[in-house]
Design a protein around this ligand. Structure first.
Ligand code: HC1
Length: 568
């Protein structure tokens, strides 16, 4: 341990700790901008500077290692003045349109400007005047707001191994740009949105579509329906001032009715359905010698990644559409028929933790219902804004139930929202289908958790199935390289583009505290444990769907509505 003094307080921390880490041990907050707990140390913004006794220069607390006997001062007049000057310089070319910025109220620069009482700025104010990039349906970039912290670059290159962003120019002309200075849509960007979580300001954000939603609600000719993705309920609570997972599902459903949805259904219904289709597809491939390992296909950022970087492995992808798109195709066929609603009047909105889902819904092939299957995708954050706009008090709202035919779900669907959940859900069903026995303990704990790559072996009455799970695309890349080299020992691989799975999706509440991902995962498994049905094939509405409409997994109707193809 190393002993030092910070602002007169003695502290002991492990060797190799930084001043920033030591200060947090004794409750001293040092401001940061380029620092992110998930990333490497950059020390380029210098807003965390401190005085170290015996050292002439101010030191960056995020980068400076502690040493025995070190004496640190974090709030001398010299330090405060330096930090204030740094903030004034950043603000001198940062657009001051906080009131209509997408990060208003959740911006690290705005917070610091307030904390450091920046009122008059002595530096000349000159915004650089770049054009905004609205080239993708998922994300926008506002170069003028970029503070050059490079957190987005690291999220894209190290966490996701996509490398769609880099630096261009020097000094005052430095810029973060998509590859070769192209528009984002022409770069390898897979639209996972992890750069949004990394950005401390409003330089990257989701393509907000709240106005489109309000216009649909205001249109008397539209029947506005919604589906809720598995990872949304646990995180939406964070948007409305509650603890993770605290908003009961029934209250959430009531809130959605209050903001204008005519019918509230669930993506979990089609998550259960996906297990029936995908599980049978796996068994067919195993039996008939199809392409293995089979990859899951529900995460659209992962699909974009596979299409961009591994076009030679597209046959390994399950042909199942994602639950979002299965829902879209069924809502305007099966459900419309059941409800006696003209499908042309249905306006189908999904609520997703993901910005890549906006791209997925807009894919031209996603119209098997005869219409665009999903009309609009709103993220968890956008729904949070709509809830705040509507002034709902969730502590007093009476609970409401889902609408019929596509609203029931099992615990197997709930766990789709966490890394390993699709695999666990598939194993719960595949085990019973193959062995004909009841699975007494449905918890496949080896598939759970936030570890980058997990693996498990399952004995299906003599047939040994090896599975692997990756979350985050840099981890996925490791498994893909094995497959490409012909060295993969696995039969089935689950990949989720975002760290932790959909609970860490690019459309989830923005928080620098990575512990949130763990809390969201815990809330997901608590919900699964509490449900009476925990295997997808037990879902009564899925049974009815097969009896009355689809007839069998992988049948003709399923192929027409529930399966897709990919683009090299
Ligand atoms: Fe996901 Fe999925 S789990 S991809 O993470 O398969 O977004 O939540 O909706 O479609 O069901 C996301 C979550 C989600 C799909 C499902």
């Amino acid at each position: 341990m190393v002993n030092l003094t910070i602002d007169g307080i003695k502290v002991s921390v492990p060797e190799g700790s930084t001043i920033l880490q030591a200060a947090s041990e004794v409750g001293i907050k040092i401001p940061t901008l380029c620092f992110h707990p998930d990333q490497s140390i950059k020390a380029n913004c210098r807003v965390c500077v401190c005085e170290v006794e015996g050292n002439r220069l101010l030191q960056a607390a995020c980068a400076m290692p502690v040493f025995e006997g070190m004496v640190v001062k974090t709030r001398t007049p010299k330090v405060l003045d330096a930090r204030k000057t740094i903030l004034e310089l950043i603000l001198s070319n940062h657009p001051q349109d906080c009131l209509n910025c997408i990060r208003n109220g959740n911006c690290e620069l705005q917070d610091l400007a307030q904390e450091y009482c920046i009122r008059e700025n002595p530096f000349e104010y000159k915004v650089r005047g770049f054009a905004k990039d609205f080239s993708t349906p998922s994300l926008f970039r506002d170069q003028d707001k970029c503070i050059l912290c490079r957190r987005c670059i690291e999220a894209c290159s190290v966490i996701q191994s996509v490398n769609a962003l880099g630096m261009e120019g020097r000094g005052y002309n430095s810029m973060v740009v998509p590859t070769l200075g192209k528009a984002l849509i022409d770069s390898p960007c897979v639209m996972c949105g992890q750069c949004i979580h990394a950005c401390p300001v409003g330089a990257i954000g989701e393509r907000e579509q709240i106005d489109e939603f309000l216009a649909a609600v205001a249109n008397p000719d539209k029947v506005v329906i919604t589906q809720i993705a598995p990872a949304v309920r646990v995180a939406i609570a964070e948007e409305i001032g509650m603890m993770t997972g605290e908003l009961p599902m029934g209250t959430f459903v009531q809130g959605l009715r209050q903001i204008g949805f005519d019918h509230v259904l669930h993506t979990n219904f089609t998550a259960d359905l996906t297990i029936l289709e995908e599980g049978n597809e796996l068994l067919k491939r195993l039996k008939e010698g199809g392409t293995l390992p089979m990859f899951t296909s529900c995460s659209p950022g992962w699909i974009n990644f596979c299409e961009t970087f591994y076009p030679d492995l597209l046959d390994n992808l399950s042909t199942c559409k994602s639950p979002q798109q299965m829902f879209g195709a069924l809502a305007k066929t099966y459900w419309a028929e059941k409800m006696g609603i003209d499908p042309s009047k249905i306006y189908s909105v999904s609520i997703m933790p993901c910005v890549a889902k906006k791209f997925e819904a807009a894919r031209p092939e996603m119209n098997d219902s005869g219409y665009q299957d999903v009309d609009l995708v709103l993220t968890t954050r956008e729904i949070g804004r709509l809830f705040r706009m509507s002034g709902l008090d969730f502590s007093k709202l009476p609970a409401s139930d889902f609408d019929s035919w596509m609203g029931k779900y099992t615990g197997a669907a709930v766990i789709f929202g966490a890394s390993g959940g699709v695999m666990e859900a598939a194993l719960r069903t595949v085990y019973e289908v193959v062995t004909g026995k009841t699975l007494e303990d449905v918890n496949f704990v080896a598939t759970r958790g936030i570890t980058g790559i997990k693996e498990a072996t399952v004995d299906l009455d003599g047939t040994v199935v090896k599975v692997a799970i990756a979350n985050g695309l840099a981890n996925a890349r490791k498994l893909m390289e094995q497959v490409r080299a012909g060295e993969s020992p696995y039969h089935f691989i689950e990949i989720m583009a975002c760290p932790g799975g959909c609970i860490g999706g690019g459309g989830q509440p923005i928080t620098k505290a990575n512990v949130k991902r763990v809390e969201r995962i815990e809330a997901i498994y608590v919900e699964d444990e509490g449900l009476p049905l925990r295997k997808s094939h037990d879902n009564p509405e899925v049974k009815t769907l097969y009896e009355e409409f689809l007839h069998e997994p992988l049948g003709h109707k399923s192929h027409e509505l529930l399966h897709t193809h990919y683009h090299a």
